[in-house]
Write a protein that binds this ligand. Structure first.
Ligand SMILES: Cc1cc2nc3c(=O)[nH]c(=O)nc-3n(C[C@H](O)[C@H](O)[C@H](O)COP(=O)(O)OP(=O)(O)OC[C@H]3O[C@@H](n4cnc5c(N)ncnc54)[C@H](O)[C@@H]3O)c2cc1C
Length: 421
């Protein structure tokens, strides 16, 4: 007798895809999770990996390990190449096509450089685990190079320009400044710290536009205390390996430009033949299903989900991705079991960002705000809850506690790969 179990195909092993997979653990279905990587990436901590505070395994977790106790789930590592929602089949590179009964589209977003000249070739985006490792290695490489040839310092070898005054840019700029002033000052005592600039460039009038004015001011002060130069109302026009040119014509000698400015939905959604929302995202209703395609759920960063409470499109956040993924999994489990389904309701945990040691901001849905130590505690609590396992939480707590006491960044080593040699 043929296997009557229905197949749920989950594309993407980020917060949304893993949330959906775990929610289906007791459902009478076969769950197939496919990601181009064999690991889940915890993006909120990428900047801590890039600045040596955390190690790779605290930010990336094996997908096979995450589902090892889930008997109805299997994992494949393969890039998705085509999604055919009419034929209910997905094609991959190096893996046979997989047909599905239910599809959970959780492919996340990707960086966009808005056509900035030279950015695709020379900028360091902060989106993937590989991006964070590449940035860390590059920073270490520049300091080692300047240690051997002091002339490189005036050429901008140690200067970092960070683009984007949102959480990714602010967190990265704050962390790089702390790495420079608290670690590299002792690691490289002969190199002049004052010539190792960290410049945050934001096109709008202020950084942290999504936060209330008191938090924006606090964040700017906190960055400046950490010696970050905050430049607002400025746009990066072009990027070259050692020079960053602003639209004003100003040229900043800098060997590193970190791009934390723009995201858009995964490019694969363009081939679905459906109308897309701003930023290449797919609009879904309260059931998170793709209109006209029952059984196809779109969740996480790639979805434009309108909050039932505020009527606003929810931001691209880990908690939105996790909750929407879990909701899709729960809905499929209910449908398969013939149970009543529920509409998606987002539980807002607040908008938050860390600026550095003991400096963070939190804004709750009702408008209440927090900053400093208290906000850092709240930031850590929420982000620990998002980490996929207790082991990851324990690892992060130990590394954070170590750095609290000693400013230590144990991960500041450059492991050469074949590509480096
Ligand atoms: C630097 C940074 C910092 C952030 N900080 C915070 C924060 O502090 N708090 C917060 O709540 N949110 C934060 N976010 C946002 C949060 O990380 C995202 O909202 C969340 O990761 C989205 O989850 P997702 O599952 O939709 O997508 P992702 O986590 O991006 O997962 C998508 C998955 O799809 C896979 N994939 C993509 N394309 C293909 C393909 N063609 N084939 C196969 N697999 C593919 C990817 O490998 C990936 O594993 C941050 C994001 C960034 C980039």
């Amino acid at each position: 007798m043929p296997d009557a179990r229905q197949r749920v195909l989950i594309l993407g092993g980020g917060f949304a895809g893993v949330g959906a997979t775990k929610e289906l653990r007791k459902a009478d279905v076969d769950v197939v999770l496919v990601d181009r990587h064999d690991y889940h990436t915890f993006q909120p901590l990428l900047y801590q990996l890039a600045t040596g505070l955390l190690e790779t395994t605290a930010v990336g977790h094996s997908l096979r390990d995450l589902v090892k106790d889930q008997d109805n789930a299997t994992v494949h590592q393969a890039p998705v190449t085509r999604i055919d929602v009419d034929a209910k089949e997905v094609s991959f590179e190096g893996l046979d096509p997989i047909a599905y009964d239910y599809l959970v589209l959780a492919l996340g977003a990707q960086v966009t450089f808005f056509g900035t000249e030279g950015a695709a070739e020379h900028a360091f985006p902060m989106y993937t685990l590989a991006d964070a490792v590449r940035l860390k290695n590059h920073l270490l490489d520049r300091w080692e190079a300047a240690d051997k040839d002091g002339g490189l310092v005036d050429d901008g070898a140690l200067t970092v320009v960070v683009v984007g005054g949102g959480p990714t840019g602010v967190e990265t700029a704050g962390a790089v400044a702390e790495l420079y002033r608290n670690n590299f000052d002792r690691d490289y005592p002969d190199l002049p710290q004052e010539k190792a600039r960290v410049v945050l460039v934001e096109a709008g009038d202020e950084i942290f536009a999504m936060f209330k004015p008191n938090l924006r001011e606090y964040a700017k002060d906190a960055l400046e205390q950490r010696t970050v130069e905050v430049v607002t109302g400025a746009r990066v026009q072009s990027v070259a390996p050692t020079r960053v040119t602003l639209a004003s014509g100003e040229v900043i000698p800098a060997h590193t430009l970190v791009w934390g400015a723009g995201l858009q939905g995964n490019a694969l959604v363009g081939s679905l033949g459906i109308e897309l929302q701003r930023g290449n995202r797919i609009a879904v209703g309260p059931d998170l299903e793709l209109q006209g395609y029952p059984g196809v759920f779109v969740v996480g960063d790639v979805a434009a989900i309108t909050d039932s409470k505020t009527e606003q499109v929810l931001p691209q956040l880990g908690s939105v991705a996790l909750q929407s993924g879990e909701h899709a999994g729960d809905t499929i489990a209910r449908r398969v079991a013939g149970k009543k389904e529920k509409p998606f309701k987002y539980r807002d945990k607040g908008t938050m960002a860390a600026i550095g040691r003991h400096a963070a901001v939190v804004q709750m849905l009702g408008g209440k705000t927090m900053k400093g130590h208290k906000a850092q505690f709240a930031w850590r609590t929420v982000h620990l809850a998002l980490l996929p396992t207790n082991e990851d939480r324990a690892k992060a707590i130990v590394d954070w506690a170590g750095s609290e006491l000693t400013h230590q960044r144990v991960g500041r080593i450059h492991v050469e790969t074949d590509e480096d040699n």
